[in-house]
Each structure stands twice: as structure tokens, then as C-alpha cells.
Design a protein around this ligand. Sequence first.
Ligand code: NAD
Length: 392
Amino acid sequence: MDFVDSKRKNNFSVRIFLAAFLVSLSIFWFKSPTYSSPNLFSRPEGGVTHVLVTGGAGYIGSHASLRLLKDSYRVTIVDNLSRGNLGAVKVLKELFPEPGRLQFIYADLGDKQAVNKIFSENAFDAVMHFAAVAYVGESTLQPLRYYHNITSNTLLVLEAMAAHKVKTLIYSSTCATYGEPEKMPITEETEQVPINPYGKAKKMAEDIILDFSKNSDMAIMILRYFNVIGSDPEGRLGEAPRPELREQGRISGACFDAARGIIPGLKVKGTDYKTTDGTCVRDYIDVTDLVDAHVKALTNAKPGKVGIYNVGTGKGRSVREFVEACKKATGVDIKVEYLDRRPGDYAEVYSDPSKIAQELNWTAKYTNLQESLGIAWKWQSSHLNGYGPQTL
Ligand SMILES: NC(=O)c1ccc[n+]([C@@H]2O[C@H](COP(=O)([O-])OP(=O)(O)OC[C@H]3O[C@@H](n4cnc5c(N)ncnc54)[C@H](O)[C@@H]3O)[C@@H](O)[C@H]2O)c1
């Protein structure tokens, strides 16, 4: 009897243990993210194109993400927030809160392990590689940072793409890879002789991509942008560089800072260039047009083919013209000081965009400087602290 009793007792404890085990297993199973909310980013889905946008918290990357999301792409943003703004990602997240639309991953693209983890945990169809440090002046002071951040990180991203069989790459390059060509306009055939570490680092990254492409069936598009201005016409996103980068800044940022009284005025360097009004001439491309070029590049990318395109308006605008447009757009009579030339500046840079017009059916539409600057000013003047503090 004793024996039987103890056997029963044992059976009872085993049953209790088993039941408890099964209950905890089911709780664990239910709570695990793959059960309760399948991770839509980790597996391919028919009819959905999943794009990794590196640098998507930055100026151009956030605008590109907005356009992709509007066009029903699935977007993963990877950014180390060294220059970008979490606030921009939050705006996107609020606009597209549904599961499987947008995820943000905080990571540094120089961290090989992190990059490989991201690629092994996500099913990307394409990569738009925007992430970079991108100031010519800064690149002359910190060249190694530029070669590391641009050239070496692009190599890491490309290796991860190849290892995980990601099919399409859209690469952000720049007219700075051309250096100072004598003949204008600049075509894609113009020889690339960059004159600063920023342009050289981008050219090296292009070379790596081109060498790789010779034995790969990856679809590759290299877009060489001219000077990017403007912001989302609906006022949801803007350009908000770190205050400490003001010194390095671009002309539109300087105009707005002058209009807001953050700096006393504008300093235009050089009035004796051989241009229509003596000031330098540049090709200003609106960010809305630029992201449209990216979407066209993505939809036209072909396996095993490389497309290289200038993205500009084809029209040079002088600095004097730009300043006048900025005064009108902001309604502020910005003080302008005309000074001697700055060494290293070249007189004229503008694109020949006919190749992208013919092959991708893309042309710039936002070509009214005052209008583009007016849109950007609207955002700037209603976001005096940019996107605000970087809090999660
Ligand atoms: N703005 C222009 O006029 C212009 C012109 C030609 C080319 N481009 C190119 O366009 C791209 C985007 O430029 P932007 O003006 O939006 O610059 P941006 O500084 O606003 O954005 C770059 C983003 O990349 C992120 N980033 C930088 N290094 C990173 C790293 N190691 N890991 C993860 N994230 C990192 C930054 O935090 C930032 O959010 C760059 O590749 C730039 O070279 C820009």
C-alpha cells in the first residue's frame, strides 16, 4: 500500500510539474514577439518592397523615407544619430504607425557586427545608402574620419548586402567627385578628379561599388547630387543640422540663420568670377525632386546593371541670385557683405541632367529658388529649435 501510495504521490507531483511547465511554456510562447506580433521586417512578403534607408534620420534620408512610406514601401531606418534627428523619425512613425511600415534601428555602420546582425535579422530588398558625414570643409580638417565614415562604411554595407543577397543598391554620391572641371555643364562622362577628402572618399566608394558590380548581379544606381535645398512642401520635415555644424554649413542654412538673427549677416566670398554677376554659380536641386529621382532609380534598377546619373536642374544660379531669393522668401532684408574670393572655390558648377531625363524619365520640377526656399523657411521659422531634444 505504502508503495502504491508513494507511486500515486509521485505521479501527482509529476503531473503538477508538467502542468506548471506547460503553462509557463505557453505564457513564454504567447509573450514572445514572434508569436504575439510577427516581425514583418524579418521575412520577405510578396508585393512589398522593404528598403533599408541608412542615414534616414538625416535631412535627405528622412525625406526619402517619407516618400517611400507614402508609396507603400516598407522602410527600415538605420542611423547612429551623430548628425540626424530622432525627431524626424518620430514624425514618420506618427504618420505611418501601422505594423510593418517603419522601424528604426540605432546603429553605427562602422560596427561590422551590428551591420551583419541587422542584415541577418531583416529581409531587405534594397538599400538606399545615405548615411555619411558630408561637409567639404570638415573633410579637409578630419580626412581620416571621412575615409572611414564614407569609404570604409560603404564597403561594410556592400559586403553585408552581398552576403545576404540584397538585390538593389541606390548610392548617394556627389558632384564633389568631379572636382573642378573646366567644361560646363558636367555630364556623367566628365572626368572625376575630386579635390577634397569628401569628394575623394565618395569617389573611392563609387570605385569599390563599380569593381564589385563587375562580378555581381546586384542592381546598382549611383546618383551624383548637386546642391540640395528645400524641404517637404507639406511642412512635416525640414533640414535641422546640429548647431555646432553651422560654421561648416551650406548656403541655405546660412541664409536662414541670417534671417533669424543667429548670425549677423551673410558673407559672399568673391565677386570677380567670370560669371554673369561675378559671384559663384551652383546648381540647386530641391529635395522633393531628389527623392523622386531615388524612387525612379529604384523602380528602374536592373539586375547586373549599373546606372550612374547626375541629379541637378541643369541650370546654374549665382550666389547673388540665391541671396536675393532668400531675402524674398524670408521677408528679411538680410545684411550681405561682399568679400574677396575664398581659396578653393570654383566659379561655376552645374549639371547636364539629360541622361537621367532620357533613361529614368526624371526632370526637376521644383526649380523656382524662391519657392523652394520659402517652403524650407516655413519649416525653419516654425521649428526654431529644429526637431528639439533627442529623446527616445
Ligand atoms: N546635402 C547635400 O547638399 C548633399 C549633396 C550631395 C550629396 N549628399 C549626400 O547625401 C547623403 C545625405 O546627406 P544629408 O545632407 O542628408 O546629411 P545629414 O547629415 O543630414 O544626414 C546623414 C545621416 O547619416 C547619419 N550617419 C552618419 N554616419 C553614420 C554612421 N556611421 N552610421 C549610421 N548613421 C550615420 C547621420 O546621423 C545623419 O542622420 C550623404 O551621403 C551626402 O554625402 C548630400
